[in-house]
Design a protein around this ligand. Structure first.
Ligand SMILES: Cc1ncc(COP(=O)(O)O)c(C=O)c1O
Length: 489
């Protein structure tokens, strides 16, 4: 089959054209049984292929027909040995990766700033995380990737780890030296699992960082929906090499996946793969050019900084994705949160995210010079306003020590717990997550022993106005800890 074909999407259209009499779910039956206003809005075409795993349409849980053909084409496009489609987002694919390599008590090496799906999988599997501190960018107040040295040190100390998980590229588009990380891990026969949520496009352009499959990683969970043009929630899981058993991957992914898989999402993966494989390079070239245009213009605006290739001087940044625009706004005397709101209220612009110091805008083949100029002129207007230096964002980004893990996150999660006053919690084992954003690194994960230093760190961050996230008690007067069993007299 050629990359120009879309076996799944085309197969669904062919099936719908036959206009079968449907005595199966979904009960809206080609849209005739759905709310008319919704039907009118979403259209009969979409509803006609909102189907289910009847015989002719294959089954994501045991693909043999059109889904298998679509997955095989994706494997070829991404240079993987095998590709699995996910309708549970990249979160589902990440949980599958972790649970494929880890069982109860197994170690997995992970950066401290992992996505919550990694921690969920650690709880589900009963694995023990071995954390690596990501590099912190003091200037931008964000965390980057992990260095090759830190991976080497972690493996030296834990050669029995069942996997190394790497976020590549990060949300902000920073890439590690993934090929070297893979080389180090493979010298211990340890597989590398890549969270590639923000990197589906990098595989298709040589000016972008190496993709997980290009770097020789064993597994990669990749959000096609984020930057690759498929519908929200649709992702892929690529595998390569002989350290991973594909049958185990399939069965774990199946365990974590709904039996009512959406064919709209699956078909959108098929067409996104076709576009990336056949036109991706050209589309991404245009996207890079557009992003570089915005970057240059923003950098000509006083008090604004749009991060560019100077970031490559940092240890943990081996390469970067220029289609991500990190715009540092702190010199305006405003926080990223303020700027996000100002752009929304005054120009109907929605950014991807904001934090204390920055806004993040993503540029994709869906953008044109029109959108670029709207953003540039809005930022010019904002920067022309008087600056109140008293409001300058001065918060310092500190790096907390990682506390000792007394229980696996799973044991802590299932243990009996109680709330104790924040100031009396030192020495207890925490049962909840607490993180400060930015830089988005957890201070505590369930199972860790609370230290005075880390309590002080939380207080300091709150004093300077950094948002502390995670605890059940938003005001942090209490923390949830593991209940202690007192001796009976
Ligand atoms: C770094 C990272 N990993 C994983 C995910 C999860 O992806 P999804 O939303 O497709 O489940 C996200 C989502 O934002 C993410 O930022």
């Amino acid at each position: 089959m050629s990359q120009y074909e879309t076996p799944l999407f085309s197969g669904l259209i062919e099936h719908a054209k036959k206009d079968p009499v449907q005595f199966h779910i979904p009960g809206h039956k080609k849209g005739t049984g759905i709310d008319p206003e919704f039907r009118h809005f979403i259209g009969d075409n979409a509803l006609s292929i909102d189907l289910i795993n009847i015989g002719p349409l294959d089954d994501l849980h045991q693909p043999k027909g059109m889904i298998k053909q679509a997955q095989d084409l994706a494997a070829e496009a991404f240079d993987a040995d095998q590709t699995f489609f996910s309708v549970q987002g990249t979160s589902g694919a990440i949980m599958t990766m972790v649970m494929t390599v880890c069982g109860p008590g197994d170690k997995i090496i992970v950066p401290r700033n992992v996505h919550k799906s990694v921690m969920s999988a650690i709880v589900f599997s009963g694995a023990t995380p071995i954390f690596i501190h990501p590099a912190i960018d003091e200037k931008l107040g964000i965390s980057h990737g992990i260095t090759t040295d830190s991976v080497a040190r972690a493996l030296e100390q834990h050669p029995d780890a069942k996997g190394v998980l790497v976020i590549n590229p990060t949300y902000f588009g920073m890439a590690a030296d993934l090929r070297k990380i893979v080389e180090i891990a493979h010298s211990y026969k340890v597989p590398v699992l890549v969270d590639e949520a923000h990197g589906v496009h990098i595989h298709f352009h040589e000016d972008l960082p190496l993709s997980a499959m290009q770097a020789g990683a064993d597994m990669a969970a990749t959000s096609v929906h984020k930057l690759g043009g498929s519908m929200t929630q649709s992702s892929i899981l690529n595998i390569k090499g002989n350290l991973i058993n594909p049958k185990r991957v399939q069965s774990i992914l199946s365990m974590l996946t709904t039996t009512s898989t959406s064919y709209l999402l699956l078909a959108s993966l098929d067409v996104a793969r076709k576009r990336l494989a056949t036109e991706g390079k050209e589309l991404i070239s245009q996207t890079i050019e557009l992003a570089q245009y915005i970057r240059r213009e923003v950098n000509s605006i006083p008090h604004l900084l749009c991060v560019g290739e100077e970031i490559l001087q940092l240890d943990a940044v081996y390469d970067y994705d220029p289609t991500k625009l990190i715009i540092s706004v702190k010199e305006l005397g405003l926080s990223g949160f303020d700027v996000e709101k100002w752009l929304r209220d005054n120009h109907n612009i929605e950014v991807e995210m904001s934090d204390l110091y920055n806004i993040l805008c993503i540029v994709t083949p869906g953008d044109t010079k029109r959108e670029a100029d709207i953003l540039i002129s809005a930022l010019k207007e904002l920067a022309a306003q008087p600056i109140n230096n008293n409001d300058m964002v001065k918060a310092e980004v500190l790096l907390p020590d990682i506390p000792l893990l007394a229980l696996t996150p799973r044991d802590a999660f299932y243990a009996k717990t109680e709330l104790v006053p924040f100031d009396e919690s030192e020495g207890r084992i925490i049962a909840e997550f607490i993180m400060v954003y930015p830089p988005g690194i957890p201070i505590f994960i369930p199972g860790e022993i609370i230290t005075e230093d880390n309590l002080t760190y939380i207080k300091k961050n709150m004093e300077v106005g950094l948002p502390v996230q995670g605890p059940e008690d938003f005001d942090l007067r209490y923390l949830r800890v593991i209940k202690e069993q007192k001796a009976i007299r």
